[in-house]
Write a protein that binds this ligand. Sequence first.
Ligand code: ADP
Ligand code: MG
Length: 384
Amino acid sequence: MSLKRLESVNVDGKTALVRVDFNVPRNEAGDITDMTRVEAALPTLRALREAGATVKLLAHYGRPDGKPDPALSLRFLVPHLQRLLGEPVGFGSDDGAAVVLLENTRFEAGETKGDTALAKSWADMGDVFIADAFSASHRAHASVSGIADYLPAYAGLSMERELDHIGRALDNPKQPVMAIVGGAKVSTKIGVLEHLVTKLDILVIGGGMANTFLLAMGHPVGKSLAEPDFVDTANRIMAAATRAGCELVLPLDVVVAKDFRAHAESRVSDVESVAADEMILDAGPATVDHIMDKMERARTLIWNGPLGAFEMTPFDTSTVEAAKYAAKLTAKGELVSVAGGGDTVAALSLAGVAEDFTFVSTAGGAFLEWMEGKPLPGVEILKT
Ligand code: ADP
Ligand code: MG
């Protein structure tokens, strides 16, 4: 892709406004459980500082609904950034430091609306705009694409890396192409599923969203996470897959438990026999074998969304086994494997294979919209 790149701009003595993705996962105690996103921004920040720029960081955190919410302040990141960058980092309106982290962009009502006055007020704080948050680039928000109306925009190193890698693997993918789409809900990924069935050879639907398909096929799902309102959608997607000759792979067996917690007592059930007081928390062993057979046939694998509630042992089993197998085929040179999504990255890390995939994107929604072939507002502004 022909991009305006960081290397092509002289930032010496200038202030760079850098849009990053610092939407890191935290546990109840507030500790960051995965630093991948912060680490991904460091090469750009270091390059800018070495080139003599002052840096102002723009990032969102959670969904504060356009107004300040102390629980969603980005201030918790300041000590981490100071440690990683090895210099003082200012926060919000406290100026003075050569690196300043601005408060959560979504505290501003205009952010998610792409408000031009807000974009201009940010643009007024800098000389160049560096877009380094591929994972936010599917949103036409003020801090993602709006600022580019007022400042010259360039791709940061993380953005560049994501676009270059995804493009190399997927612009002309090796056939057959297989996707695994899992995660919680059909409702958040319908567009992707509808598009993928027309493009792919094999589509595996897993995770909580598979439950809605099981419902559509008339199977009981007990008290599983499922979306009865989307049964028609599931039927439509299955019909579209048949028409398009896309082989749809749904769970053959499932792991069920009565409680939604780690180490809950569980059993393997076939999809016809889930009891009313049970919930489906993972794909079963026969399903995993089936998925691995399909991986052997495929030459390209695109993966978004875990196959089960992988945060709770042992319901990570199918995700971990499938991930390890994909990594093994990749190591043998038999598969090009590309994965994306916040939880997907966490699951691959848990399986110990994040490094063994051809490429792992930190982006979820943007990765999928890119797959759908939709123009991403935060990427369009970087094209030459
Ligand atoms: P990503 O962040 O990679 O795009 P999603 O956010 O769509 O992935 O989905 C991840 C979530 O889906 C995880 O929190 C996981 O626990 C949940 N999940 C997967 N399978 C199930 C299931 N059977 N029941 C409940 N939750 C599930
Ligand atoms: Mg997620």
